[in-house]
Write a protein that binds this ligand. Structure first.
Ligand SMILES: Cc1cc2nc3c(=O)[nH]c(=O)nc-3n(C[C@H](O)[C@H](O)[C@H](O)COP(=O)(O)OP(=O)(O)OC[C@H]3O[C@@H](n4cnc5c(N)ncnc54)[C@H](O)[C@@H]3O)c2cc1C
Ligand code: FES
Ligand code: FES
Length: 493
């Protein structure tokens, strides 16, 4: 059964939405339909955090628990609100009393023009709902997606740290049980569906419904977090005729471990799998922490990152280096392919009409294997890579040296698709890992790629840095130089 409506809580009030264009963002809805102007529009592209709101939803494994996540309202479609609680800066006060996430901003002089302030307050609020005793690094991580052009960050950071010392119940704690009950009721509703301006939205609840939707209307556009797709609406003014939201599909939002593998549902947000990947591959966890900022990782997904087929997406090179596979689903039939075989040409993939990504399977590491990742971007946080290098190397001690028994060197930003460097790999495979073989691999890499020049880096810079990263990896593996520091600067060239 399909209902022509979506339902959610706006703070504590149940809202039923019908007849609204599904291309509407949460930010537009708040400001233009609800006249709640506390949530600001800075960039409309997920970069500044001025539009940060918090979404609370039921934990997928414990329906008596709420998870509070900061998201960018400017790149979240209104349909994604179904079944959740939307909290804006107007909702934080308890009667006349400011929330401590607000009061500490006042006390620490953390605001001047005030444009960025609601966004910072909401990021701080989400952090404290999620983590009662954050350390300084966790505070910095929570605020990294919020920009301030006039106050300066010290006082804002101090405010967020001080806020964590408050332990009294806020209005959300007081209404916790009521919210849990209301959201559980919303979970029982039929498949949500929206129409407006001749455009449609549906949020299938299981994989069969999703496959059916795509089979019946093959021109539909899949949306998960929307952190890529929504930019085409907010920046390029595209209109999506039919949106199919995958974030409610039970089979696509799980994470599972077997003896040998980690299987991640394509629609599971980064925040929900980063810890597992960090446990097995610390470099991968560190790198995911540099994908966008917290708001982007709270909604962005692996399926969206791979499905978008961008040559500068950060996950594909890592997945290729790891030998990860992906399961694709078409009308009840599944096939499994290597992630490296998914990409055909710039933004072209092997996906057939009506087919979608179900899950991605990452092998667990075994002794002798190493994954090294290097993200080269101008800023540490919230920045797109100029080059992403992902090196998987397996060695065996032999005759006093380390023989390379398996190697995959994958790169993003070096070609129209993320891909491996076969000549550089050949220079290393079966050889001792020495300065000489690494020098040969660097030379060979120049025959693997002809990178382009764009705003992020020149072709010459890209090649030079990629070659040098092979050497850096070698030095880290073989010498006392074991720093985990990830290079972040694109030097002028
Ligand atoms: C401020 C900002 C910073 C960012 N920083 C980074 C960064 O540092 N590194 C990086 O790699 N990316 C970055 N991104 C891009 C984006 O956040 C990621 O690519 C994210 O993983 C996309 O996931 P999503 O769920 O939001 O995708 P969506 O926008 O929902 O979808 C993206 C594309 O994938 C398709 N798709 C979605 N799910 C599936 C599926 N199951 N099967 C087939 N196709 C599917 C959609 O149809 C769409 O074409 C950034 C984005 C923003 C706004
Ligand atoms: S308005 Fe800048 S992130 Fe949304
Ligand atoms: S207070 Fe003015 S932008 Fe932050």
């Amino acid at each position: 059964m399909v209902a022509n409506t979506i339902k959610f809580l706006l703070n504590n009030e149940l809202v039923e939405l019908a007849n609204i264009d599904p291309n509407t963002t949460v930010l537009q809805y708040l400001r233009e339909e609800q006249f709640k102007s506390g949530t600001k529009e800075g960039c409309a592209s997920g970069d500044c955090g001025a539009c940060t709101v918090v979404l609370a939803d039921l934990d997928s494994e414990n329906d008596t628990q709420l998870n509070y996540k900061s998201v960018n309202a400017c790149i979240t479609f209104v349909g994604n609100l179904h079944g959740k609680q939307l909290i804006t800066v107007e909702d934080l006060k308890d009667g006349a009393k400011l929330h401590h996430a607000q009061q500490t901003i006042v006390d620490n002089h953390g605001t001047q023009c005030g444009f960025c302030t609601p966004g910072f307050v909401m990021s701080s609020f989400a952090l404290h709902k999620h983590n009662q005793k954050p350390n300084r690094d966790e505070v910095l991580e929570a605020l990294a997606g919020n920009l301030c052009r006039c106050t300066g960050y010290r006082s804002i950071i101090e405010a967020a740290i001080t806020s964590s010392e408050h332990t009294e119940d806020d209005s959300f704690a007081k209404h916790y049980q009521q919210t849990v009950t209301a959201l559980n009721e919303l979970q029982k509703l039929p498949t949500p569906n929206l129409s407006g301006n001749g455009n449609n939205y549906i949020a299938p609840q299981n994989i069969d419904e999703l496959a059916y939707e795509l089979k019946s209307e093959p021109t539909s556009t899949l949306v998960a977090g929307g952190t890529d797709l929504a930019l085409s609406v907010t920046q390029n003014l595209a209109v999506v005729k039919k949106l199919v939201y995958v974030g409610n599909v039970a089979e696509l939002t799980t994470i599972e471990e077997t003896d040998n593998d980690i299987i991640i549902g394509s629609a599971l947000p980064y925040s929900d799998f980063i810890d597992t990947l960090h446990h097995y591959y610390p470099d991968l966890g560190d790198m995911i922490e540099r994908i966008g900022a917290k708001q982007v990782r709270n909604t962005g997904t692996l399926g969206g990152n791979v499905g978008n087929a961008s040559p500068i997406g950060d996950m594909p090179p890592a997945l290729i280096a790891l030998g990860a596979t992906m399961t694709l689903h078409l009308d009840g039939v599944e096939r499994t392919i290597l992630v490296e075989d998914f990409f055909l040409d710039y933004k072209k993939t092997v996906l057939k009409e009506s087919e979608f990504i179900k899950s991605i399977t990452i092998p667990k590491p075994i002794a002798g294997q190493t994954l090294k990742l290097y993200k080269i971007s101008k800023r540490l946080d919230d920045d797109i890579s100029a080059v992403l290098a992902a090196f998987f190397i397996e060695t065996k001690a032999e005759q006093g040296g380390q023989k390379v028994t398996n190697v995959r060197l994958a790169f993003g930003g070096m070609a129209g698709i993320p891909k491996r460097g076969p000549a550089a790999e050949s220079a290393l495979l079966g050889k001792d890992l020495t300065k000489e073989t690494v020098a040969q691999a660097k030379v060979a890499l120049a025959t693997d790629f002809q990178p382009m020049t764009d705003v992020r880096a020149t072709d010459k810079y890209r090649m030079t840095v990629a070659q040098n990263l092979i050497e850096k990896c070698y030095l880290e593996l073989t010498s006392a130089y074991t720093s985990n520091v990830i290079e972040t600067r694109v030097v002028n060239n």
